[in-house]
Design a protein. Structure first.
Length: 213
């Protein structure tokens, strides 16, 4: 893996290696290889990350991830979603969002988080309708996913403030505050006037104050 990342070794060269060809047919080896790629991709950017993404596609490991996406086991679905999102497979967006319509709470939020990572505000409409509570740790991950996109002037974030789910509203406020989206101030002002409860009203007033200082 380090040779692939830091040296100009092509997949065609690797695929000619008899030992690699033998091992690549085994499920265990492919799983270990997948984990190695994911771990490296989390720690490198730019050309290094691109080389890993290319290997992921050329080696056929991407097909393994898509197969997991179709699994009847939600744990495998989650794994496939995480792999596709980490390696920036934007073509998987619609398939992942489709999975987010299921009943499993963990699977739903994993899919929504992945959708945001892959497509930014395109996933907001799906997040707005999320019915289950979103815990603080998940909110941090979602905000981190949004940070990878330049959404400063993109419409959509304000839709989170219209959700019937109070944790989604709080997430929207945190996102606006974190990214300093001052153009969303009018929407926060409206929220202060129509807040569903005092906690949301207080949160909105706090964010409004921070953005107008």
């Amino acid at each position: 893996m380090f040779s692939i990342v830091f040296q100009d070794i092509s997949f065609s060269t690797i695929s000619e290696d008899l030992e690699y060809r033998r091992l690549s047919k085994t499920t265990f080896f492919r799983e270990v290889l997948m984990e190695s790629i994911i771990n490296l991709h989390k720690n490198y950017e730019g050309i290094h990350a691109e080389k890993l993404e290319e290997f992921y596609k050329e080696s056929g490991l991407i097909n393994d991830s898509f197969k997991k996406l179709k699994s009847l086991k939600w744990e495998l679905k989650c794994k496939g979603i995480t792999e596709l999102a980490e390696l920036n497979i934007t073509d998987a967006f619609q398939s992942i969002i489709k999975v987010s319509k299921g009943r499993n709470k963990t699977l739903k939020i994993t899919a929504l988080n992945a959708g945001i990572k892959l497509a930014g505000t395109k996933a907001i409409v799906h997040l707005t309708g999320h019915a289950h509570p979103i815990d603080d740790w998940t909110q941090i991950n979602i905000i981190s996913a949004f940070k990878k996109h330049d959404i400063g002037d993109t419409k959509g974030v304000e839709l989170l403030l219209e959700s019937q789910n109070t944790t989604v509203i709080v997430l929207g406020l945190k996102l606006i505050e974190e990214l300093k989206l001052t153009q969303k101030i009018p929407y926060i002002t409206q929220l202060v006037d129509r807040a569903p409860n005092t906690m949301i009203k207080y949160e909105a007033q706090n964010v409004l104050q921070l953005l107008t200082v």
